[in-house]
Design a protein around this ligand. Structure first.
Ligand code: HEM
Length: 199
């Protein structure tokens, strides 16, 4: 998410404004704030869609012969579900390659559920940690954006959005964290240590 915020400073600014409007600077964001922060939720959805970390999910096998779209998949064949075939499909999203959080908002600015949003897969083996992951992402990102502004190390050269495909789909990121003035208002025990540049 930090990488996409570096590339989209106006999105970062709008996230910060929503945090200021709903939480302010005097306390930490909590899960009780989440329903009141549709824009940040839309940004998280868009990051999970466009930068899906588990493109195929783990391997599964079919436990009986299956005919799928005219193809015979014999019993015990190892199969991978290509989640990106939906998450990055222009026929579904129109402009799948574009980072556009608004696609998850309705005309009133409220979060909309899209059945094609499947970064955690679907069905019986859907990700066991989906709720936990969404909660962690919300709390981590709102807390970080409340305290820091993310800026590229070299303003003339943004880090690449191109991912590295391995067991998971990942990126390498170098970025500067600038402490926001408002952080002074937070209680000391809630201040986290920082370094200027994170790998
Ligand atoms: C952004 C974060 C995460 C993403 C995108 C993600 C995505 C996925 C995907 C695509 C699968 C494969 C589902 C399938 O086989 O069809 C999966 C499985 C699984 N995930 Fe996650 N996951 C995330 C975080 C977590 C976390 C935080 C936990 C646990 C604390 C977790 C626990 C699991 C488990 C246990 C399975 C296997 C479920 C099963 O086979 O029944 N995941 N996840």
């Amino acid at each position: 998410m930090i990488l996409y915020l570096l590339h989209n400073p106006s999105v970062q600014a709008r996230c910060y404004k929503e945090i200021q409007d709903v939480v302010g600077s005097g306390r930490l964001p909590s899960m009780a704030d989440r329903p009141n922060m549709p824009y940040i939720q839309a940004v998280l959805h868009e990051v999970l869609r466009i930068a899906n970390i588990a493109i195929t999910g783990p391997p599964h096998t079919v436990d009986e012969d299956v005919i799928f779209h005219g193809y015979v998949i014999p019993k015990h064949t190892v199969v991978f579900a290509n989640l990106d075939s939906v998450l990055a499909d222009d026929k579904v999203w129109g402009d799948a390659g574009v980072f556009r959080p608004e696609r998850f908002l309705d005309e009133n600015g409220q979060l909309v559920k899209r059945e094609e949003f499947i970064p955690f897969s679907i069905g019986r083996r859907v990700c066991f940690g989906e709720s936990l992951a969404k909660m962690e992402l919300f709390l981590f990102m709102t807390t970080l954006i409340q305290r820091f502004e993310f800026k590229p190390v070299d303003p003339d050269k943004l880090p690449t959005l191109k991912g590295v495909l391995g067991l998971t789909h990942t990126v390498s990121l170098f970025c500067n964290f600038y402490r926001r003035v408002s952080v002074k208002c937070l209680q000391r025990r809630s201040v986290i240590p920082i370094t200027d540049t994170i790998p």
